[in-house]
Design a protein around this ligand. Structure first.
Ligand code: C2G
Length: 131
């Protein structure tokens, strides 16, 4: 692989699971350097989400993943453009459940939506645990 380029992705990563790991691995393999922005609990509340695992633990779990080079907090929707400039990002990547939602970033870097891992999600895990 030539000089690694930097990719960034955003998420809650609650009940960290294989879908998250697959996404990180694919990004790392394709671009070489991976930055992950992890939603804070306050920002999640604004998203109408409440995670089972608190932010401090979720970001440590993400940092413990060998595909992740840097993990930063995600505190608002608007920080993406600044993050891309500050970290000299070449690619913004999300799972395809966000298809087209961040195309406004295309003037700043490549914007890519990768297929989600089927059959696993934090909400399904929560449902399973509740039953
Ligand atoms: N994902 C995946 N496969 C799954 C589940 C999730 O590839 N089976 C991907 C999602 O597509 C997303 C990432 O994992 O790219 C994180 O998903 P969530 O934690 O659900 O993220 P979300 O709360 O939607 O936050 O600013 C963007 C938001 O922070 C996204």
């Amino acid at each position: 692989m030539s000089e690694p380029s930097t990719a960034i992705t955003y998420g809650t990563y609650d009940l960290f699971h294989i879908g998250h790991v697959n996404l990180f691995r694919r990004i790392k393999e394709r671009w070489g350097r991976l930055i992950v922005a992890v939603s804070t609990d306050v920002f999640n509340a604004q998203k109408g989400k409440r995670s089972a695992v608190p932010f401090a633990d979720r970001i440590e779990l993400v940092r413990a993943c060998r595909y992740v080079d840097l993990a930063i907090p995600e505190t608002c929707w608007e920080q993406k453009a600044d993050d891309i400039r500050r970290h000299h990002v070449q690619a913004f990547v999300m799972g395809d459940d966000w298809l087209g939602k961040f195309d406004e970033l295309k003037p700043l870097c490549e914007v890519v939506y990768l297929p989600r891992t089927q059959g696993v999600s934090s909400s399904e895990l929560k449902q399973y645990i509740r039953e």
